[in-house]
Design a protein around this ligand. Structure first.
Ligand code: DLL
Length: 432
């Protein structure tokens, strides 16, 4: 069985009719079950009956990550906690997590969407699939896992952090498919090459996402490992992986449009953009019960194309991502906001709030160095204590971000004072 190909191959008119029906139902649902949306709609003088079809979506208010944070942890849930069977979380702009909740039906739909993406990438029940995304609060591991199980693949829940074991099992089990971040797969490919193991690999397909990557990087991975590599997109607020994926033609990522309505807006005017014009991607979730979202601003920059794809699918396609509207960095698949780093640094009294985050990619793995100024008082008489201060800062940053960073303590007044908007990040990776 091909997962929901029938739905994906609906004509545009049929899709629009389904989306209209689902939007009307969704608006009624959130109005009656989420105080936040009821108030937002009331403040715009909107009633559910004002939304008659998908063409009315632009009348609805936007939702942002800040809204989720302000309603931390469960304030935007539309069902009682007893109906939520799982939560995930990702970083918020100030260090407070963004918590997302799923009902049993949400999890079923999520698995179906991921199964659809993996099927699009050519994966089937005959595959042995390693899941190399982190399992835990991050949606990557468990999200990919249940999608792969749904299509009946033999799933190896590898998670991240032990490349050696992953490679051993890849070879011993004869793994034919893998899901992980593209940079992690490049890292794995590099090790395989160094150890002369490339010809022992049975891998045929990789489904990579959670971070931006270029077509050039895809082709490099494909050539090195002799595989087909596909791009999978998603975000925890909307669901997790499986919101969109590219087919064998790699001409954009097909959106699971019957569940997630994509819009591209101009983030200055907040008005919708036409097809093929770059703007901010916005999603409305049609079928989510636990955390339904109306016009969620992803901050991801891309464009949309509603024409039929060469593969025959009629679903809207979003282009490869061109960056973000905000300053979020994605480092080894982990979302990092400079403000989180700043908040962590401010906890250490010996240092000053002047810092620079330098991100690079070494051996295909992201690295992060944080240069931070030490307080003059400590610098003068505590040079010998710098090592322990470095450790202290590293620990504080690790606790806040869940990531290791190299800390470099520098003398007072080393870091440039900004004339205008402070620059806190130097990103040396060539991702876009
Ligand atoms: O990264 C979900 C995911 C897991 C997607 C595994 C794909 C595979 P978050 O941690 O909430 O969720 O981060 C979401 O990551 O807004 C994008 O900026 C970025 N992102 C995700 N997939 C892609 C991709 C997961 N294929 C944020 N290309 C999003 C570019 C991506 N950026």
């Amino acid at each position: 069985m091909i997962w929901n190909e029938t739905k994906e191959c609906m004509s545009r008119d049929e899709m629009t009719a389904l989306q209209s029906k689902r939007l009307v139902k969704l608006v009624d649902y959130v109005y009656h079950n989420v105080e936040f949306y009821r108030k937002k709609m009331q403040s715009k003088g909107l009633l559910p009956s004002d939304i008659k079809g998908i063409e009315d979506v632009t009348k609805l208010p936007f939702t942002t990550k800040d809204d989720l944070r302000d309603n931390y942890p469960f304030g935007l849930f539309a069902v009682p906690n007893s109906e939520i069977v799982r939560v995930h979380a990702s970083s918020g702009t100030t260090g407070k997590a963004t918590v997302v909740g799923y009902t049993r039906r949400d999890l079923d739909i999520w698995a179906e969407c991921v199964a659809r993406c993996f099927t699009m990438a050519g994966i089937s029940k005959n595959d042995i699939m390693q899941i190399g995304y982190g399992y835990g609060l991050f949606t990557g591991g468990l999200g990919a896992h249940y999608g792969a199980e749904k299509i009946g693949a033999m799933v190896v829940p590898q998670s991240t952090g032990n490349s050696k074991k992953l490679i051993t099992m890849m070879l011993d089990f004869g793994a034919t498919a893998i899901a992980c971040t593209p940079s992690y797969l490049l890292h794995i490919a590099e090790i395989l090459e160094e150890e002369n193991l490339l010809d022992k690999v049975k891998l045929k397909t990789a489904v990579c996402g959670a971070e931006p990557w270029t077509d050039k990087m895809r082709i490099e991975l494909e050539n090195k490992l002799h595989i087909h590599a596909h791009d999978i997109y998603g975000l925890s607020e909307v669901m997790g992986p499986g919101v969109a994926c590219d087919c064998e033609f790699h001409k954009g990522l097909h959106v699971c449009e019957d569940h997630f309505y994509p819009e591209i807006i101009n983030s200055s005017t907040m008005q919708p953009e036409k097809d093929n014009v770059l703007g901010e991607l916005v999603f409305t979730t049609f079928t989510k019960e636990g955390l339904p979202l109306i016009r969620y601003r992803t901050k991801d920059l891309t464009s949309i194309d509603h024409t039929k794809c060469e593969c025959g699918r009629t679903s809207a396609r979003i282009g490869k991502f061109k960056g973000r509207v905000d300053d979020m960095l994605i480092i080894r698949g982990v979302n990092v906001f400079p403000s989180q780093v700043e908040a962590a640094l401010l906890e250490v009294q010996e240092i000053l709030p002047y810092y620079m985050i330098i991100v690079d990619r070494v051996d295909n793995l992201d690295t992060m160095e944080i240069q931070v100024e030490v307080n003059e008082k400590y610098f003068a008489d505590e040079i010998k204590g710098l090592e322990s201060l470095t450790k202290k800062v590293a620990h504080t940053v690790n606790q806040a971000l869940g990531l290791n960073a190299k800390i470099k303590i520098v003398e007072p007044h080393t870091i440039d004072r900004a004339d205008g908007k402070a620059v806190h990040v130097i990103d040396k990776r060539k991702l876009y």
